[in-house]
Design a protein around this ligand. Sequence first.
Ligand code: ATP
Ligand code: MG
Ligand code: MG
Ligand code: MG
Length: 439
Amino acid sequence: MRLSRYFLPVLKENPAEAQIASHRLMLRAGMIKQEAAGIYAWLPLGFKVLRRLEQIVHEEQQRAGHIPLLMPTLQSADLWRESGRYDAYGPEMLRFKDRHDREMLYGPTNEEMITDIFRAHVSSYKELPLTLYHIQWKFRDEVRPRFGVMRGREFLMKDGYNFDLTREDALHAYNRHMVSYLRTYERMGLTAIPMRADSGPIGGENTHEFLVLANTGESEVFYDAAVAGLKLGDRQVDYDNREEVADICKEFTSVYARTDETHDEALFDRIPEDRRRVGRGIEVGQIFYFGTKYSAAMGATVTAPDGTKVPVEMGSHGIGVSRLVGALIEANHDDKGIIWPEGVTPFHVGIVNLKQGDAATDTACEAIYGALRAAGFDPLYDDRDERAGAKFATMDLIGLPWRITVGPRGLAKNLVELTSRRTGESEEMTAEAAIARIA
Ligand code: ATP
Ligand code: MG
Ligand code: MG
Ligand code: MG
C-alpha cells in the first residue's frame, strides 16, 4: 500500500477521553473512531489488525477440528424464553420490537441459538462429537463502556459450542479448547494465562478465563510466577488424542493462577514467597463446561447407543477478538507508539522515502516496494511529500516491526537502513540484504 493513497487519519494530539495507552494509541494511529458510547468504526488500519486476529482464530479453531458457521446478530426473544434467560439476563441485553411487534434482541451470546440449530438437525449420537463456532458481533449494554475496544458495547467475539454424548467427551472438548486457545494467543505474541474462574450467570462446573497480565487490566489476579513462563511453543498437538491434550491442560493449570473470584488465600500461601504474584489482568477469553443446562431446557436430545434419549452435553468457549486488539497494544507499546508482534502486524514493513521526488530515491523505493510484494510481503510505502521527522513519527506510532529508510546519501553507497521497531536498532545494508533479513 502507498501511504499517499491510503486512509490513515493519525492524530497529532493525545485524545483527552482516552485513559489508557491502547485506547489512546488506537485513536492516534487512526485505527478506530467512536460513533457512540462503546461503539466504534474500525478504520482501515484497525480493520486490518482485526482481520489478522480473526484469521489466526479461524486457523487454530479449525486445526482443533471445530467447524465455522455464521449466526445472525439479531435473535428472537422467544428462544431466550425457552432457556429462561430472557428475564434473567437483565439490562445488559439490548431489546427491541420489529414492525410486527415481535420482541427481538441483539445477541450478547449464542447458547440458545446454537442449541436451536442443533436440535433441528441432530438426533443421534452417531453425529457426535460436534463443535460449531462463529466470529460475530455481540452487543452488551455495559454499565460502563470504557478503555476503547477493551470494554465496548458492540464487540467482536469468537464463540464456539461443543456437543457431546458423555461428560468425558465434553471434557475432552473443553481441553481441546484450552489448548487451541493457548496456541491462538501465542501466535499473536501474547502470554494469556488460563486461570480458574467463577461460573457466574451462565452456570457450570468447569471454567477457566485466559488473562493477559497488564496493570490496566480490570481483573485482580493471583498466581505463581512459574505459570507466566509456560509455553506451548511449536509442539505438534494431536487434538484427537485425549491423554495428550489433557496432559497439556494439566501442565498449564496445575500451577496456581486464579482471579479474585476464586482466589484461595490458604493455597496461595503454599507457593514459595518469592514466586507469589498479585497483579492485574485483561480477560481475553473464557471456556465453560456446563453439561445439559441448555440442552435439557430446550429439548436438544440425541439417541444414545442403548436407544434411550439423552440431553446432549455442552460447553461454550469465547475469545474476545476485538478486545484482543487493545490487549495486544497494552502489552506492546512504548512512548512513541505501538510495537506490533510480527504475527499480527497490519503491514510487515514500512518503507520511508527520505527525498520524495528525487528520481534515484523514488526508483530505489519503487524497486524495494515491488520486491517485497513479489516476495509475498505486505509493505506500507510512505511516498508522501513530508519531512523525514514526520514520516518517522508516523511509522513509530503505527508500530510496524521493520522500517526500511531510503535516502540519497545511503544510495550513493548502494545502502539503505533497516530499523527494528522493537529494539530501535538500525543497520545499513543493501536493499537485497534488508529484504532477506525481514524474511
Ligand atoms: P468481562 O468480565 O470483561 O465483562 P465476560 O466474562 O462478561 O467479560 P464472556 O461472556 O466470558 O465475557 O465473553 C467472552 C469474551 O468476550 C471475554 O473473555 C472477553 O474477552 C470478551 N468480551 C466480553 N465483554 C466484552 C466487551 N464488553 N467488550 C469487548 N470484549 C468483551
Ligand atoms: Mg461481562
Ligand atoms: Mg468475566
Ligand atoms: Mg468471561
